[in-house]
Design a protein around this ligand. Structure first.
Ligand code: AMP
Length: 216
């Protein structure tokens, strides 16, 4: 199974992608996670990406495309993959098409998780994540609060708010999504690949709708 997961920030892509990864046993490739890992490790890519990520802007295509090409060449991707947060621009979508053509593979579907802006602002503002990079469990103070305030249920480490989940940055991220990522959806619609799923409801309900849309 080769999938692309598209949706505005805060739609729940990460949570749903991890469930699909386990269901299909495919590689979960989140460009946001890859960038955050590189920023935390202080690699050259991380240093270049940091100001963009922290201000809610998109990281330049050249950086993303190179990072994804390296990741696609790793052995676990041969069993299938799920892109989470990529492609976010038409140039990235074109680069993905080229890369797939080279390895003679095609996408099975593009899942579009649909949520209205007001709901996204509400959700992102209440999203907290485990500060332990190896755990990275996500919480939502409204819909999925931790058992102990400020502590991760899974590993006990302190929870933190992502720099780019701060209110002033959320608006920029939504704007970028509408300007730059919405055309990617149009591009994939023309190829008949888009399966639109509502991102409203419980995690389980949304996962069921996604699997139904994928016919599995
Ligand atoms: P995410 O965790 O997917 O919301 O990504 C967090 C941030 O990483 C975004 O706001 C961008 O700054 C950057 N980023 C992640 N994926 C991409 C991408 N495909 N293209 C450009 N920037 C990206």
């Amino acid at each position: 199974m080769r999938l692309v997961f598209i949706g505005p920030p805060g739609a729940g892509k990460g949570t749903q992608a991890k469930l699909l990864r386990d269901h299909y046993r495919i590689a979960h490739i989140s460009t946001g996670d890859m960038l955050r890992d590189r920023i935390a490790a202080g690699t050259p890519t991380g240093r270049k990406a940091k100001p963009y990520v922290e201000s809610g802007s998109l990281v330049p295509d050249s950086i993303i495309i190179e990072m994804v090409a390296e990741r696609l060449a790793e052995p676990d991707c041969s069993a299938g993959f799920l892109f989470d947060g990529f492609p976010r621009t038409l140039a990235q979508a074109a680069a993905l098409n080229d890369a797939l053509r080279t390895i003679r593979q095609e996408l099975n579907a593009v899942v579009l998780l649909d949520v209205q802006d007001e709901e996204l602002v509400r959700r992102l503002g209440s999203r907290w994540t485990c500060s332990n990079g190896a755990c990275n469990t996500a919480y939502n103070l409204i819909s999925k609060p931790p058992r102990v305030t400020g502590k991760c249920d899974a590993c006990g480490q302190t929870l933190m708010q992502r720099e780019d989940d701060k209110p002033e940055t959320i608006r920029t991220r939504l704007q970028k999504y509408h300007q730059q990522t919405a055309p990617v959806v149009v591009f994939y619609r023309k190829n008949g690949l888009v399966r639109s799923v509502s991102g409203m409801g419980t995690v389980e309900e949304i996962q069921r709708s996604i699997r139904a849309a994928l016919g599995a």
